[in-house]
Write a protein that binds this ligand. Sequence first.
Ligand SMILES: [Zn+2]
Length: 334
Amino acid sequence: MVGGAGGAWAWTEREDRVAAEQAATQERAADALEAQARDADVLQAQAADAAAVHAATVRADARATLAAAAEHARATLAATQDGVADDAVRQSLAAVLAEADAALAATDPAAATGTTGARSATGLRAVTAALAAADAAVGAAHDAWLQAEAAAAAAAAAERPTPKPAAEPAAGAAAPSCETTYNGPPFYTSPATSGGDGSNGKLPPEALTAISWDVDPHGTPYYLTNAAAAALERLNSGFRARFGHSLDLDLTYRDYDTQVAMRAALGSIAATPGTSSHGTGLALDVPELPCEYGWDTPQRDWLVSNGPAYGWVSPSWAGRSGSNPEYWHFEYRG
Ligand SMILES: [Zn+2]
């Protein structure tokens, strides 16, 4: 302590200043806390908004996946009618499909909401999983049914007496034969799929080339992939040199929609849409009848012997002792 009254005055002034500074500091701290609280509220509101948008997106995705699964299940049900040993497995699928349809209706963004009870993304995924499992079970039952049918048909064929050929074949040669079980509606070759994504049955125009010497009865060119068409042109030159006319065609490329129609009309005989070799642009069928290309005909024998040199083969499954004998079917293997 130095000085007298002057020193006391200075002390008081300093105390006041310190007190004022403390008050200002406290006020700033209070302001800062308030600002932080405001920021936290804003962030919380933003997070809540983002979470709501994210949840809506996730649920829309889950809904779209369920819609696709439902569409597939409906197609499975249509394709397997009278095509399973025990229809209970199809009825289970139909029940889950009804549940899926209800969930889709309840979460339809275009429909009125609030009364039907919204379903969560987790709920939609659970229905999707149940639907996929039931769908697969029907597929397996259908496959088993097909195998049983094929076995029964083979057993019946084995018991049937061999019909006598109309004309005696030349000595040492087998009689040509063209047995076909197909009696469904006619299906024709398809044009390219405009804007197609290149997947099975969705080949765009630039992926395909029309063969040069023929069109189908509807006037649709016979399309194959560019390489397969070029190879078939060369094969046809050889065929024409041997037989005096161009190779006859019945079908080459078949698009997805036609395969769907075929499957609906024929059931198991037609390949599952999206799996047919004709959807790849790498397969052709020659006419099943008249029997120019049947088993043991010179034409088919020539194609089987000479085709591979051009990259065209008769797949083993289509052979006479194959799993699905089709004397008319050939594939380009490059
Ligand atoms: Zn074929």
